[in-house]
Design a protein around this ligand. Structure first.
Ligand code: F6R
Length: 606
């Protein structure tokens, strides 16, 4: 029995693509791979079927591989960007991998957990392995079982395999690709006289917006004119979906980085999240987002930035709905807190593929707890596991650091709370009106970006930074610290302002700036006291404060003015400020902002 750890070991940071059609495969594969570069990778490769299978791969960027590729003629091919797990990044370990005859080529995302045993067995049967990857057992197994029918051989091979996979198989002489998935995403893009396969939608958006999401256990044979999906040799139909994302969504346009573009898209994201409601001038409670579940108490599970959205959601829901909300890091929940008294759970995951979240969702399902997921990716694994899905309207997010998806998650949580508001209907109506003004408020923050750039220049000289906040803005402090550390590599900590005196004070001095998020709510007085305490220890203070706050000028070294909004919405404007602060600080330090080291867009390992 494989451990769950290995079942979820699918490294979706790898990207896989496939093409079958009338056009030359090489440029399409190369272009599609470049669209997956944002996931992070260390090597890449393609295989094209011409007279036989030709494989080109190396430890290079996709553009570098393209430069050394010869003229390759062939209208069927597969490609891969690899993020090394089993075996170092090397030409030999890069995908595609071949069988002994060199006729079967495979690209794979995931982890084959029983590969050592399979490799031993296949070696004893005469198969020669050249790499140390787990993937290489797959072409050899297919070779072993091949008796004239590729789909049957793939199916037989996968019966021997334990672990997770999304694979594309290309065989010399076969006018089709055979693909399969288990616990890793895989989509088929439908074209006109051509079809595409990819691990992720951005890879195919240049060619089609018609997709089929495969289910775990599906095997599909894809030729230029047909897609035949089977399970245990029985034909199944899978619905075709239209992707609303456009190819412009995955281009940088005139922005220097995807992260900056995505931060600047946030007024649009908020407007899209509110849909028609934003145009109306009537107060409204019913924003059309209702839970078809019992709302007595809630459990929210998430990781990273999505966890911070969950913490803000807790404040909002508890205030407006008067019900208790527990927020858990999915990774901790899985190991320590399997028992839960909650009747309903909300999973928040922009990618819908985070292994820790998926594992928590499965265990909640086993205990009979209904789960709603808030996710940005249509057809993602989380949306299949959930009883109900709320899709956020951020559009594809390419920058590794989550920005617009975070704001979209907050919008979903606000809408959810306002749709079920119980505590005071009039307050709910007032807030619903104000919610519609948020795009303009966020635009104001963006229009005043210069004040944040000034602070970022100042901050970029330091190695340690604290973010402090209170109440509903404490999670914004956590998020500010996470953003800063992940893209600028400055050590940053988010701290509840009142907790400074319980330990972190020891670290404060002239060399440790503190960024204070000052909200104009019932925490205001306490926050000013915290800032005075910080100043007394010599730390420079950058404050985020309202336009009319005069008292702050006396206390802080630098002030970023934020537009006035009700306290409950203050995390939205403050989050945009800390995103920009992290972005510009990282830019001053010359960091690779869209591809921070060691990080990937979807974290599909526990
Ligand atoms: C930080 C960031 C990560 C993700 C986390 C969860 O900028 O992006 O912390 O928020 O890995 O990812 P999702 O939301 O896809 O479950």
């Amino acid at each position: 029995m494989p451990s769950l750890n290995l079942i979820y070991g699918c490294l979706v940071m790898c990207g896989i693509v496939g093409y079958v059609g009338k056009k030359q495969a090489k440029p399409i594969l190369v272009n599609s791979l470049t669209k997956l570069e944002y996931r992070g990778y260390d090597s890449c490769g393609i295989a094209v079927q011409g007279s036989g299978i030709k494989v080109y791969k190396d430890v290079v960027r996709v553009q570098e591989l393209e430069q050394v590729l010869p003229r390759l003629s062939g209208t069927l091919g597969i490609g891969h960007t690899r993020w090394a797990t089993h075996g170092e990044p090397s030409l030999i370990n890069a995908h595609p991998h071949l069988d002994c005859s060199g006729k079967i080529a495979v690209v794979h995302n995931g982890v084959i957990s029983n590969s050592p045993r399979l490799r031993e067995q296949l070696t004893s049967e005469g198969h020669n392995f050249v790499s140390v990857t787990d993937t290489e057992v797959i072409p050899h197994l297919i070779e072993k079982y091949y008796q004239g029918n590729l789909e049957n051989a793939v199916e037989a091979a996968l019966l021997d395999v334990e672990g997770s996979y999304a694979i594309i198989v290309l065989m010399a002489g076969e006018p089709k690709l055979v693909v399969a998935r288990k616990d890793c995403p895989l989509i088929i893009g439908i074209g006109d006289g051509e079809n595409f396969v990819a691990s992720d939608v951005p890879a195919i958006l240049d060619y089609t917006n018609r997709v089929i999401y495969l289910e775990d256990g599906d095997i599909a044979a894809i030729s230029k004119d047909s897609v035949e999906i089977t399970r245990s040799k029985i034909r199944v139909d899978r619905q075709e979906h239209r992707i609303l994302w456009s190819r412009e969504d995955v281009q940088k346009a005139s922005y220097e980085h995807f992260m900056l573009k995505e931060i600047h898209e946030q007024p649009r994201v908020i407007r899209d999240s509110l849909g028609e409601c934003v145009l109306s001038t009537e107060p409204l409670i019913d924003l059309g987002l209702t839970l078809d579940m019992n709302l007595e108490d809630l459990l929210i599970i998430a990781c990273g930035t999505s966890y911070h959205a969950g913490l803000i959601g807790k404040c909002v829901i508890e205030e407006l709905l008067g019900i208790p909300v527990r927020v858990e890091l999915a990774s901790e929940f899985n190991h320590c807190r399997q028992t839960t008294g909650a009747t309903t759970a909300i999973a928040i995951t922009q990618s819908g593929e985070t292994a820790d979240v998926l594992k928590a969702m499965k265990s909640l399902r086993q205990t009979g707890i209904r789960t709603l997921v808030i996710t940005n990716v249509p057809g993602s694994t989380a949306s299949r596991l959930a009883d109900q899905t709320v899709y956020t309207r951020a559009g594809p997010e390419v920058g590794v650091a989550a920005t617009k998806t975070f704001i979209a998650q907050l919008m979903a949580l606000y809408q959810l709370a306002l749709s079920h508001v119980r505590v005071n209907r009039r307050i709910g109506e007032r807030l619903s009106v104000e919610l519609r003004q948020l795009p303009a408020k966020v635009q104001e923050v963006l229009d005043n970006e210069y004040q944040i750039i000034n602070c970022a220049r100042y901050l970029s000289r330091y190695d340690d930074v604290f973010f402090i906040g209170r109440g509903i803005n404490f999670p914004v402090a956590l998020e500010g610290a996470l953003k800063l550390k992940e893209i600028s590599y400055i050590h940053a900590e988010g701290c509840a302002a009142g907790e400074l005196k319980h330990g972190p004070f020891a670290l404060l001095n002239w060399d440790t700036p503190v960024i204070a998020i000052v909200a104009h709510d019932n925490t205001y007085g306490a926050m000013l006291t915290s800032i005075k305490e910080v100043k007394a220890r010599g730390s420079p203070v950058i404050a985020l404060a309202g336009e009319a706050d005069e008292a702050i000028e006396e206390l802080a070294d630098l002030v970023v003015r934020v537009p006035y909004v009700s306290a409950i919405f203050s995390p939205v404007v403050n989050a945009v400020v800390v995103q920009l602060l992290a972005y510009h600080t990282a830019r001053c330090r010359g960091c690779p902002i869209d591809f921070p080291r060691n990080l990937a867009k979807s974290v599909t390992v526990e």
